[in-house]
Write a protein that binds this ligand. Structure first.
Ligand code: ADP
Ligand code: MG
Length: 730
């Protein structure tokens, strides 16, 4: 069919009301109209649907669209019906239809009304449908989300593997168009091989989304508060927060709600009606935030999603790219924030452990890429694009400074000698080993495999032992992105030297590298909450000086006034009222009243002097799940019940009970635990401990244990500390 290219815009306008094609759409549409086999790789939101919808509408016959999800198909059918006078123009064929409905579909197809027929791959295998479709005029067959064909994609569906066989049964020369947003070279190869379209005209759009800002933060136990704060600072904007589990979705949605954020949960455990209602609320802007499992988002097409937060790290970069791709579709701001902790990676690995070995290997390899993304200190955009086989230069590319690493670069150092060492070792060891083994060889650490391959007898074994394993891991990633080495996916990630790498050995080029982030839980974030970066060091120092003064006046140790995490939290949230102070980590009403005033005054002056925009209303409340227990503990202690009975009544270990009591006492509520301490410790002992805590610089239990060198059990010291803080500090 020869359609003038210039006429295509008119059709675009007529059917979709759009004035212009986006990116590669026009070329793709032209190819499809020319009956070519076509392969389209375009990021999520790029406008793939139109690539088959428009030619289908313009041509005679019915286009078969294979798509993995029924919900997704329904949305598309509704959309197409919306632009046509005849509902028959698009249909879904699936097992949920009644006999009568199926009849209607068939009639519409036979009479040439239906231009688009959406089917799930498993429906397409039905004899009855195949026999029917054989007799119809089929314009082409489109395989949407074609990465489902590949085990190396993030959403493998075995049924997709049978498509070629079925197409052959339906007709001889049916053009095939495959579409996907997953661009790794391996997945692309699988798609072409499986659909048997080796000569397909391939259109690959850039995966760069210049308007998206990428950021990774360490995940600590303050993650909920951090997310709440982020959302409050972005009040009124639409956003999605992804969590791994349904339980987490529910909990976090609640935390956001009690903090006055219009948030709703979304996961597969909710009934269909609730899910639909919540999705609508989001689309209609009756709520700002959806907290969801990955069940949410497929086919969601809200152009002004301003942030996508990952409470848990996803299982692959494809998933991450796809999920973050829902931000900023209109080209406006889109903040992509992921919380990373290696513990979560281990959790995901555990989930995989029941699966067949081959699948585990793949899952593990995909996950390691995610670790690389999270820990790297290089341009995150460059890292993602490299993963998708695309070159990107952060110095010149669009969006080059749009990530945390580029905004706050780590110091760089010359690493040319180490790069040469690395390339030499990979080469000398026969290009047969994965990154983690190469690191072991470099630092000279043997394992069973290394010993059995006698690698430890070589001169190069241990040649890089002057550096830490983490250094080499970081270097490998950065050298890989520079394309001097590559990871061979076929052999599960063994490292190979590229021709460019060989050339580099001879050249005098430099290689600057920077260390990865370590995201060490303890030192990257104050326990009291707030991300480390937000902490105001100058204010911390002033607050600590004030604390010292107050402690001196009241003749108590400074930590009795406020603990360090509380000070850190104040320097993040700048509380200027007693109420705000009471919501600082580790500070309750009582403590705020007793010690808060001078601190508030200092902060107020500081905020004013330094012209600081205070994160308004950033008072993060917890859901109070433990408040029921809290009341029980307080009343039980008033009644002088034994701690053992209290713990038993709540099914807790003594250790956990003391934990809870500590959090009550430290936030300023007095507990009269003396009766129980009297049971455990005699008068002399109590006096000794009292002296110790009064004199000590901190209330650290380990330090106390050391000081008394085994005279007391840990539990005894903690118990006494409870009494001490209660009496002296409250
Ligand atoms: P993909 O399948 O690639 O993720 P979609 O096909 O769902 O993307 O399209 C994403 C959005 O872009 C849709 O809202 C669609 O209507 C819109 N869109 C597609 N092509 C154009 C165009 N040429 N002009 C304006 N909007 C477009
Ligand atoms: Mg799509």
């Amino acid at each position: 069919m020869a359609i003038e290219q210039s006429g295509l815009e008119e059709h675009l306008k007529k059917y979709f009301g759009f004035d212009q094609f986006r990116g590669l759409q026009k070329s793709v549409v032209t190819s499809v109209l020319n009956k070519e086999d076509v392969f389209v790789i375009m990021p999520t939101g790029g406008g793939k649907s139109l690539c088959y919808q428009l030619p289908a509408l313009m041509q005679e016959g019915t286009a078969i669209i294979v798509s993995p999800l029924i919900a997704l198909m329904k949305n598309q059918v509704d959309a197409i019906r919306g632009i046509s006078d005849n509902d028959g123009v698009a249909h879904v064929l699936n097992s949920s239809l009644t006999k009568g409905e199926i009849q209607r579909v068939k009639e519409d197809i036979s009479s040439g009304i239906t231009k688009l027929l959406y089917v799930a791959p498993e429906s397409l295998t039905k004899e009855e449908y195949v026999d029917f479709l054989k007799e119809q005029k089929i314009s082409f067959l489109a395989v949407d989300e074609a990465h489902c064909i590949s085990e190396w994609g993030h959403d493998f569906r075995p049924e997709y593997r049978n498509l070629r066989r079925i197409i052959d049964r339906i007709g001889d020369h049916i053009p095939i168009i495959g579409l996907t947003a997953t661009a790794t070279p391996k997945v692309q190869e699988d798609i072409l091989k499986n659909l048997q379209i080796p000569n397909a005209t391939t259109y690959k759009a850039s995966f760069n989304r210049p308007n998206l800002f990428y950021e990774v933060r360490p995940k600590t136990d303050q993650v909920d508060a951090d997310i709440t704060r982020f959302i409050k600072q972005n009040e009124g904007k639409s956003g999605i927060v992804y969590c791994l589990s349904r339980k987490r979705v529910e909990e976090l949605a609640q935390v956001l709600q009690v903090n006055g954020i219009k948030a709703v949960p979304y996961h597969a455990g909710l009934d269909g009606k609730t899910r639909a209602a919540h999705q609508d609320m989001f689309l209609m802007e009756d709520c700002d935030v959806v907290v969801a499992t990955i069940a949410f988002g497929m086919g969601i097409d809200k152009p002004d999603v301003r942030f996508v937060i990952h409470h848990d790290i996803p299982k692959s970069i494809e998933s991450y790219y796809q999920e973050t791709g829902r931000a900023g579709r209109d080209g406006g701001e889109g903040h992509c924030l992921a919380y990373y902790s290696y513990k979560d990676i281990e959790k995901l690995e555990k989930f995989m452990s029941g699966k067949p070995i081959a699948e585990q290997e793949i899952g593990h390899a995909l996950l390691q890429e995610m670790v690389g993304y999270s820990e790297t200190s290089m341009s995150r955009r460059q890292f993602i694009l490299h993963y998708f086989g695309e070159d990107f230069d952060p110095a010149t590319g669009e969006g080059g400074d749009m990530d945390d690493n580029m905004r706050n670069p780590k110091p760089q150092r010359e690493a040319i000698e180490d790069v040469k060492k690395l390339i030499t070792v990979i080469d000398a060891a026969g290009e047969r080993y994965k990154a983690k083994d190469i690191v072991k060889i470099l630092v000279g650490k043997s394992n069973a495999m290394i010993a059995s391959h006698k690698l430890d007898t070589h001169e190069y074994f241990g040649s890089g032992k002057d550096k830490e394993p983490a250094y080499w891991t970081a270097l490998i990633r950065q050298v890989m992105v520079a394309r001097y080495i590559r990871k061979d996916i076929e052999s599960y990630g063994t490292l190979k030297v590229t021709p460019e790498g060989k050339k580099f050995l001879q050249s005098g080029e430099t290689f600057m590298m920077s260390d990865d982030h370590t995201y060490n839980q303890e030192d990257s974030m104050p326990a009291g909450g707030g991300k480390a970066a937000a902490l105001d060091d100058k204010l911390v120092k002033m607050l600590k000086d004030l604390r010292k003064k107050v402690a001196h006046q009241k003749k108590v140790p400074p930590y009795v006034v406020f603990q360090d995490p509380s000070i850190d939290d104040m320097a993040t949230k700048y509380p200027v009222t007693l109420e705000e102070m009471a919501n600082i980590h580790g500070v309750g009403d009582g403590k705020a009243r007793k010690f808060g005033k001078p601190f508030i005054e200092l902060i107020e002056r500081y905020v004013e002097d330094n012209d600081i925009t205070r994160p308004d209303d950033l008072v993060i409340k917890s859901t109070g799940t433990k408040s029921g227990n809290k009341l029980y503990f307080i009343t039980s202690i008033d009644r002088k019940l034994s701690f053992e009975d209290i713990a038993d009544a709540k099914g807790m270990e003594m250790n956990d009970l003391i934990n809870e009591l500590e959090s009550i006492v430290y936030s300023g509520t007095k507990l009269n635990v003396g009766y129980w301490v009297d049971e455990m410790l005699d008068e002399d002992q109590q006096e000794e401990l009292h002296e110790y805590f009064l004199e000590s610089e901190n209330d650290n239990i380990d330090a106390a244990m050391e000081e008394f060198d085994g005279d007391y059990e840990e539990e005894e010291i903690r118990l006494y500390r409870l009494k001490f803080i209660s009496e002296v500090g409250n």
